[in-house]
Design a protein. Sequence first.
Length: 582
Amino acid sequence: MKRLLLISLIICALLPTYGKKKEKKRQAMIPKQEQRLNDNDLRRYQYFYLEAIRQEGLGNYPEAFELYRHCLEIDSLASESHFAISGFYSSINKDSLALYHLKKAYSLDPKNDEFAERLGQYYLSQNMIEEGTRVYERLADMCHDRSDFLDVLTRIYQYKKDYPKMLETLNRLEEAEGQSENLTLSKMQVYSSMGDEKGAYEELSRLVKRHPNDLNYKVMMGNWLLANSRKDEALKAYKAVLKEEPGNPQAQMSLMDYYRTTGNSEEADTLLYRILENPETEAQTRISLMRQVVADNEQSGGDSTRILNIFSRILSLPQQTSDMAEMHVAYMNYKHMPTDSILSGLNRVLAINPENIGARLQRLDIMWRDTIDENVIAECEKAIDYTPEETALYYYLGLAKYLNKDEAGALKALRKGATTIKEETPKEISSRIYMITGDILHSMNKSEEAYAAYDSCLNINPNEISCLNNYAYYLSEENRDLKRAEQMSYKTIKAEPENTTYLDTYAWILYMQKRYEEARIYIDQALKNDSTETSSVIWEHAGDIYIRLGLKSDASNYWQKAIDSGADNATEIRKKIARTKK
């Protein structure tokens, strides 16, 4: 059946799963039909039924469906064919027909637990809770080796809030499976829902008595007593555990909760430090406790001094993992503490775990905000020594070297980074590795290699705007593949319609295609939108476009501005101006 059971959607999270299910394969069920079929019809039925099962096994479902229907024409009281055909109706969402045949199969063979279970499931999926309940009650009575039926019944009773029945079924489950912590807790929950505090206490007491050497159950008893305002008894229970095992973390944590509940903050803090500094406290328990301390502190006003002091005490001890140091850094970031403090925290993380790539990248990010110098390059190289498979580090190293005019070193780092790219590598990192590689190769006059790198970039991320712009502009400079260049450049101005550089590129590509009026529109927008000092290249492009439109005076003015802006080719531009005056 394709549908999920409604009952599981509603209550599956409310209780743990109990019960054993007997595994069995579907078999060709040929009941005794001699009393209602003659020999010829019996042979015909058996032939077509077995052939239907064979076709179904081969995945030939339409053929199997017709064969089952033919079986019912031969013997309308064949429960196994009714059962089989109900599944086909269910798969095409013909619920009423599916239910009809399921009920028919069940009525013809009420002792068949497979028929009954499927019917019960179908009732629940159709929100027919009472009908489903009756079927599962019968199944539980009929199949004593199937405690999973009791599990379903427990969930149904919980959904119906029928707590007496739920408790009765849990007791049956306990008889079948034996006593367990989960069952005891479930029964305690039922007693609490019924308002029966005594029943819950007796249930937990029974668990404690049955496992006298398990201190966790004794702590559990103390927690229940504390939650039910029996504080003196709870304190006695915690102290009994700690007398037997002084370093028991669970008892210490529960005792700390006791002190908080009774307003004894000083004792609670003392115990907090004892738990956090206890070498027997598991790392995850320590982290969970510290997370709770931070949350409680924020709720009560957010005094960071107390939390930082706690971190300082814990981190002064030997650390098995870097988790607590990472949490310390996260807290400092949350509190917007000075960069130096955060860097110091990151250094502590890396001292404990030099391969912590998250801390490495965060440290690099902070350094990057200041000055991208030799220190940044050295940090990238050190990080690569520890985590040579991390693609992002090669990207940052290559970019840092590129910005420091070391094109050869940048190219080497980026090419190495490209070999580490995997399917899970963030595409913005992968694509930009190829983009910067293309920029470097183009500056080295290796156009074909540059364009291959740009193609790799755009294969990863077709919307890498900077790559689209540079690729398009370089193609236009070579008067090459201008239609593709125009398409790439148009994507950039659609993405950033006020970007002066992108507008200039698009205008220049139109110019190269001799579409001068259109080029003028975009070069004017580039000049209008530029909020910084316009580059000499854009002024020169404007002059080149305007001269093609016969606007000599405007062209000369733009060229002169290109010269005034420090154009490298000032001599050539002066020749352009001179030609306009002839």
